[in-house]
Design a protein around this ligand. Sequence first.
Ligand code: ATP
Ligand code: MG
Ligand code: MG
Ligand code: MG
Length: 472
Amino acid sequence: KILTSSEVRQMFLDFFQEKKHSVEPSQSLVPHEDPTLLWINSGVATLKKYFDGRVIPDNPRIVNAQKAIRTNDIENVGFTARHHTFFEMLGNFSIGEYFKEEAIEWAWEFLTSKDWVGFDPEKLSVTVHPEDEEAYKIWAERIGLPVERIIRIEENFWDIGEGPSGPNSEIFYDRGEKYGNDPKNPELYPGGENERYLEIWNLVFSQFNHNPDHTYTPLPNKNIDTGMGLERIVSVIQDTPTNFETDLFKPILEKIEEISGKTYGKAKEVDTAFKVVADHVRTVAFAIGDGALPSNEGRGYVLRRLLRRAVRFSKELGMNQPFIYQLVEVVADIMKDFYPEVSEKSDFIQNVIRKEEERFHETLQEGLAILEKIMKQEKEKGSYIFPGNEVFVLYDTYGFPKELTEEYIQDEGFQIDEAGFEKEMAAQRQRARAARQNVDSMQVQDQVLREIHVESQFTGYEQLTIQSTVAA
Ligand code: ATP
Ligand code: MG
Ligand code: MG
Ligand code: MG
């Protein structure tokens, strides 16, 4: 019997609970205590408080399945088998307790034991850092992995500037020759950009402190931080060509087929559109479920950009009116056992997405006409540079995220005048700052007035005193 994605997620949590880990619930995609981060982008991101010592966990062994958003992969989505903007990361963590030996042995046991996932060990290869003799030896001697399948790679060092850092070791699954077989092409080996050797699990051994003077000293308490993409391991288990044919996405693709009348799996461009829409609707639905909303900056801009990218690709599906919101129910249904939030807020999420789709459709035609006109004008001058101020107008007035304009004009060999665009953006930020100052001061006044009103009705002397102090 082939495991379902829900079973795989649960199996991971069960396995590490048997190894005395405590389950940490999946947390909001919107970081609550980390102003440096736009989105939770990995399992460890929500556990920073343990890793930096601010909070001591009851149990130093932690396991989780954590929702993540990665904006650096937007452009990959639709084109690779393995990238999403929203995905789930399965992770086990040791806060200063067990280290490399256990982390490697347990990863191997989970993947290869017949009681658990039961992969054929012959299909697995790993990468290690060239100087990490310890990890190399554990793989070669304790696990008995043939040395041809232990590859030393310089990039295997996890370092985000000051703070804990260290080597890592990644596990790859060989999906076979049908996904590429050129032995002379180094890209096809583990660690390269390839689709044959699929990276499934990253084991990070944080053992150094990256000091302010850029030296590295051993950490007194070494940590383990691992991350495995649920969609990827499920695609190997369910033996699908990409993550999108797994049970995590299949019902979304089917719903898109039903709405558009197109069939998935017949033509490359159409399939790309299916994948982009299926991926982006999950991201946007979960992000809105966690309190984000489309807007022109920060997190909201990411959502706007994703929805507009999805609309753009859905032309391939023959879709010229809002429909993406109709997929939210399907996403909710697939995920509700572990993540009830999308199901609970489904109506609200659908409304937000539908409004955003409507708005974009209204201006899309006009924007595209402008885009074509400018390219024509420039070509006549013999230029393939798209003026920065025009990119800005498209963004500001027609809701074309810069990246979207870029994707459109690239097909015609055009490039954006980046400096010109940046200049316009800087000027706009300046205007926004000035406007915000007014709004802020009004909001502060408004808030004080409201509070006095409410508090004086419902509370005693103490509150009144405090409030009148504020007002004074
Ligand atoms: P890749 O090289 O394939 O882009 P990565 O090295 O950037 O992956 P890590 O930062 O090591 O990924 O994240 C740990 C694990 O999370 C990966 O091994 C993979 O299983 C999963 N993962 C990472 N990025 C994505 C993504 N965009 N979509 C789906 N799964 C992902
Ligand atoms: Mg990556
Ligand atoms: Mg990688
Ligand atoms: Mg990696």
